[in-house]
Every structure is written in C-alpha cells, then in structure tokens.
Design a binder for this molecule. Structure first.
Ligand code: TXA
Ligand code: MG
Length: 314
C-alpha cells in the first residue's frame, strides 16, 4: 500500500543502494539512486538487460531538474507546459550533476522526467535526489502497469514495491531530445501534436529501437560513450605503449592501469566501466588493452559495451 510509511521505507531503501519499484502515471518504474553506480549496476542485473542503455533520471520538479541538466529556451517552454507529465527531455548534463556514469552510459547528456503521480512525487521528495527508473520489467517483456505485473516479472530480484494501483497512461513517456533542434526519440504518453503546438513548429524524429531493452543497433553508437583510444579485447597482457583496463588480478605493468574490479566482481566492474574508459582517454591512452571479462550476469552487457568500444570508428 502507498502510505507514508511505505514511501519512507522506499526512500530508505534507495539511500541504502537498494532497488524499489514504484508507480508513475505512465508505467511502473524500477528505481535506484542515480548517484550510486553499484546500485545502478544491480538495477541492470535485476532487469537482465543485455546492454547498458542510458536511463531516465526522475526528479520531483523543475528546481531539482535544473541541478542535473542545462535548459535552453525550448526546454524551458516544454517543461513549463508539460511537467509534471509523460514527457522526458534529453538535455546536456551538468558536470556537477552527481549522477553515476553508468546511469547515463557515459554520456554528457541526461534524460530527465518529472512524473505526474502522487506516489512517485512523494517518493522523489522524500529521497531528495535523482532516481533512475527504467520500466520495472525483465528485459524483453512488456512494461508493467500495475504492481502484480511487476511482481510477476521481478519477484525476488528487487527489494520492495509500492503498490499505487494501475498506471493511468499505460505507455511510456514521450522522449524528446533538446540537444539542438528538438527531436522526437520515442513516441509515448504525450502526443507529438501537443509538443508541436507549444514549440510552434513541427518536430523531427530520429529512428530508435521500439524496444528500449534491446541492445542498441550498430548505427546507434552515439547513444553510448565512445572512447577516443583504440581498444584491444581479451588481452592476456598489455604491450609496450598500451594502457591497461584490468579485471581481477592484474599482471605487473608500468603503464597506465585502471582495474574494473580487482576482486573480480561484475557489479563493481559495471559501475566502473564508463568512468574508467573516460579516465583512460583523459590519460591520453592510444590503445587500451582490455583483459577478458566473464560473460555471465552483467558480464554480457559489459562485453557488449566493450565490443562496441573496440569496433572500428567511422
Ligand atoms: O515512462 C517512462 O519513461 C518510464 C517510467 C518508469 O518513467 N521509464 C522508461 O525508462 O521507459 P526506460 O529505461 O525503459 O527507457 C529509457 C529510454 C531508453 O530508450 C534510452 O535509450 C533513452 O530513454 N535514453 C535515456 N537517456 C538518454 C540519453 N541521454 N540520450 C538518448 N536517449 C536516452
Ligand atoms: Mg522499458
């Protein structure tokens, strides 16, 4: 039941790095603290996502949104017209947003949404920080619009769920990129025409996969952080002049080394993946030798991401 005690329990769960499912007006979300990389990694593991797609950061209102993202004039207009509501805006991320790299797949942009649901609102106010929340279903399944759907999919894989009854909208939020000319990335609960009437012109659309849980197609590499350095996979040992991205016990090496998880933990490795790739780029690495990472659990998504990073650049 969605009373004050259950909302406080959910906020405490998020603060402790747990996973809490909650109702929104579109679909139920599976929430984690956006600032906690390991909590975000556990969220991908619970969903069984084969790839790290960037997540939507949920906040209680415009003031909280401004702490994580930068708004231009169009974004201001749209937020004023449609928030709270089923509209997600992709915006430049503030450098001091305090959001884990894994939550945004290493991007400098962030998807922000202010849900129009009393339980979601109460939870976001009690938690007092951004909450990432994909739809609360196993990867490849349909989005859940009531608490029973969530339990059918995720029982035993999440810490708690707040039951707020059925979701009124029933489809996910409309996603609009405001990085330049506003572009429709995902049709959803807010109609294109309503957005166009506020902007005063028609909207461009970008092709995106219909199923947001599917791994991104090769043409969508821009949706993930792409390292500048070359990447050599399944390296037994780094060569002279390379930098090393290690996993587990690393070989002795004088060059720049970052370790995804010295103790060989895939949750920790996922949480570090994008930050370490960025750090290796920042250190001026020309080629990154990557030790092999097991392919079970989150290792599937980590290997998916590493394979994309190693793909020849256009
Ligand atoms: O209605 C909704 O939006 C629900 C409820 C729970 O709020 N959430 C939801 O999240 O549908 P999810 O993770 O299932 O879908 C998020 C979509 C993905 O397609 C992802 O690629 C896109 O948002 N996305 C997130 N951040 C992005 C970014 N920085 N740039 C482009 N696309 C982004
Ligand atoms: Mg989804």
């Amino acid at each position: 039941m969605a009373d004050e005690a259950s909302i406080e329990a959910a906020a405490a769960c998020l603060r402790a790095g747990g996973l809490a499912a909650f109702p929104t007006e579109t679909v139920y979300g599976l929430g984690a603290d956006a600032g906690n990389g390991e909590a975000v990694a556990r969220l991908y593991a619970a969903k069984g996502r084969p790839a790290f797609n960037p997540l939507i950061a949920h906040v209680a209102g415009l003031a909280a949104a401004r702490r994580i993202a930068i708004f231009d004039a169009d974004a201001e207009k749209l937020a004023a017209a449609f928030w709270p509501g089923p509209l997600t805006l992709v915006l430049p991320k503030r450098p001091d947003a305090g959001v884990a790299d894994l939550a945004v797949a290493g991007l400098d942009t962030i998807a922000v949404r202010v849900p129009d649901h009393p339980v979601a609102q109460a939870l976001l106010k009690a938690f007092d920080g951004p909450v990432v929340a994909p739809s609360a279903n196993r990867s490849g399944h349909v989005s859940p619009t009531d608490a029973d759907h969530v339990l059918a999919d995720l029982r035993g894989r999440i810490d708690l769920i707040i039951d707020g009854g059925p979701s009124a909208v029933g489809v996910e939020s409309t996603i609009l990129s405001c990085l330049g000319a506003p572009t429709l990335l995902r049709p959803g609960g807010l109609a294109r025409e309503q957005i166009e009437s506020v902007l005063g012109h028609t909207l461009a659309s970008a092709a995106v996969p219909a199923d947001d849980d599917a791994p991104l197609a090769p043409g969508m590499l821009a949706s993930h952080y792409a390292p500048k350095a070359g990447v050599r996979l399944d390296a037994q040992a780094p060569r002279d002049g390379e930098a090393l991205l290690a996993f587990g016990p690393a070989p002795a090496f004088a060059g720049t080394t970052f370790n995804l998880s010295p103790r060989g933990d895939l949750i920790e490795a996922a949480a570090n993946l994008f930050s370490h790739l960025r750090a290796l780029d920042a250190a001026g690495a020309n080629t990154i030798a990557v030790m092999s990472v097991p392919r079970h659990g989150l290792g599937e998504a980590i290997n998916d991401r590493l394979a994309r990073a190693a793909a020849p650049k256009e």
